[in-house]
Design a protein around this ligand. Structure first.
Ligand SMILES: [Fe+2]
Ligand SMILES: [Fe+2]
Length: 258
């Protein structure tokens, strides 16, 4: 019988980016979850297209936003993050068994929102005369998925609550750059994405606290330990405090940002 968790492997293994997004959007959230199933992928994960070429993020150089190419490069980099976000959410669904059913439906809904984000950005990229794959990109997000593949607490503690939360911080700056370059359509897409990303980080916070409670761990002390153990990227200002507050970070967590 097809379950929601086993169905997540389909788009995760899909190599073509647009097909991956479409297959994710086509997943039926009403499938039985299969929360106790032990699954393994039958193809390498994540499935990735031949392009973009993946290079070290230090080698990625921005181009002036006064040119269409520069704007397309920026939109491409966000589209690449969204494609990775599809894989990251699907990976949570199939990999970690024995969690409440709502955990899986939350992450499947998030995967579908990421697929929508990717499609919106890719469509905009096409309107600029480019396509996904036309610029190099980095593999930093999936590397963190691999590092945290053995522990759902580490995965949820670090990926949504640290990496996706950094996306909340980065959003206003990217949006202002695009407005400055006259690309109001892209800035509207970023507004929509930010709203939904707040929900993703909120889900991360909710499930992180649930997992800590289930293991009798203190969320703050455990987070500090996870950051050190998994060498998570350092948080740097400016922070989007309003978005972080809406995403469920508490006063102590916001104060700790400085
Ligand atoms: Fe997204
Ligand atoms: Fe997200």
């Amino acid at each position: 019988m097809t379950t929601l968790r086993s169905a997540a492997l389909g788009p995760l293994c899909t190599t073509d980016a647009v097909h991956k997004a479409q297959a994710t959007l086509a997943l039926d959230l009403r499938l039985p979850v299969g929360r106790t199933e032990r699954l393994s992928p039958s193809a390498p994960i994540p499935g990735r297209p031949a392009r973009p070429e993946l290079i070290a993020h230090t080698l990625l150089k921005p181009k002036p936003l006064t040119t269409v190419e520069g704007r397309a490069l920026l939109v491409h980099s966000v589209a690449h993050i969204e494609l990775n976000a599809i894989d990251l959410a699907l990976d949570v669904v199939w990999r970690f068994p024995d969690l409440p059913e709502a955990f899986y439906t939350d992450w499947m809904r998030i995967a579908q929102e990421e697929a929508k984000h990717f499609m919106l950005l890719r469509e905009h990229l096409c309107s600029l005369g480019y396509d996904y794959g036309d610029f190099p990109a980095h593999n930093g997000l999936w590397e963190m998925a691999e590092r945290t593949q053995d522990d759902v607490l580490a995965r949820i503690g670090i990926v949504p609550r640290t990496l996706e939360a950094r996306g909340l911080d980065a959003s206003p700056g990217v949006k202002n750059k695009l407005i400055g370059a006259g690309d109001h359509e892209a800035s509207q897409i970023l507004d929509l994405i930010l709203e939904e990303e707040i929900g993703h980080v909120a889900a991360g916070n909710r499930w992180y606290r649930h997992l800590c409670e289930a293991r009798g761990l203190d969320p703050a002390a455990t987070y500090a330990q996870l950051i050190a153990q998994y060498d998570a990227p350092k948080l740097r200002p400016p922070f989007n405090m309003a978005a972080r507050r809406r995403a469920g970070f508490d006063d102590a967590e916001l104060a700790a940002l400085g």
